[in-house]
Design a protein around this ligand. Structure first.
Ligand code: FES
Ligand code: FES
Length: 189
């Protein structure tokens, strides 16, 4: 049994402690916003925040997460109001969106520790791969998100998703605001 806090809720994973956190989040906790890309630490699609640091969940076991605080894209903000999310939409830095959750988490972790990052800081903190090639727009978006964080810029709220949390939860259980599993089981893929 591995005990950790996921998106501010205590969770017990009744799984092999050597299971990668990525599989526990996706297959047992149904938090499928965290993506499975390469599985070997190269792409960054699986990035989550662990104790405030952006880390690759495909490389970290449940045992290594014992007692730690994990934030996934579902827990960053339910209404997409985080400055990074606002800026990515405003700068049209999203195409297919597969890489987006990992990029948002990496950028959010960067801005939490440095609200005035240089281009080099951004490139180092967000090495995530994007097959759609959004990199120039991503750089602008993160700089804009930094300005929002410093209260030097504002962005109008993103348009409403046109679906309630309850309806989204019926279609995609991970989107449901409640209930969240406090004890969950799963099998390795
Ligand atoms: Fe983890 Fe690619 S899936 S880095
Ligand atoms: Fe398609 Fe990045 S937006 S992989």
């Amino acid at each position: 049994m591995s005990r950790l806090t996921v998106n501010e809720r205590p969770v017990e994973f009744d799984m092999d402690p050597q299971t990668p956190l990525l599989f526990a989040l996706r297959d047992a906790a149904n938090l499928t916003g965290t993506k499975y890309g390469c599985g070997v630490g190269d792409c960054g699609a699986c990035t989550v925040m662990i104790d405030g640091a952006a880390l690759r969940s495909c490389l970290i076991t449940l045992a290594e997460c014992e007692g730690r605080f994990v934030v996934t894209i579902e827990g960053l903000s339910q209404d997409r109001s985080h400055p990074v999310q606002q800026a990515l939409v405003a700068e049209q830095a999203i195409q297919c969106g597969f890489c987006t959750p990992g990029i948002v988490i990496s950028a959010a972790a960067l801005l939490a520790r440095n609200a005035s990052p240089s281009e080099q800081d951004i490139a180092q903190a967000i090495p995530n791969l994007c097959r759609c090639g959004i990199y120039p727009r991503l750089m602008r978006a993160v700089q804009r998100a930094a300005a929002i964080t410093r209260r030097e810029d504002t962005i109008s709220a993103a348009p409403a998703p046109g679906i309630t949390h309850e309806d989204a939860g019926r279609a995609v259980p991970a989107m449901a605001p409640q209930p969240f599993p406090t004890k969950t089981q799963g099998t390795n893929p």
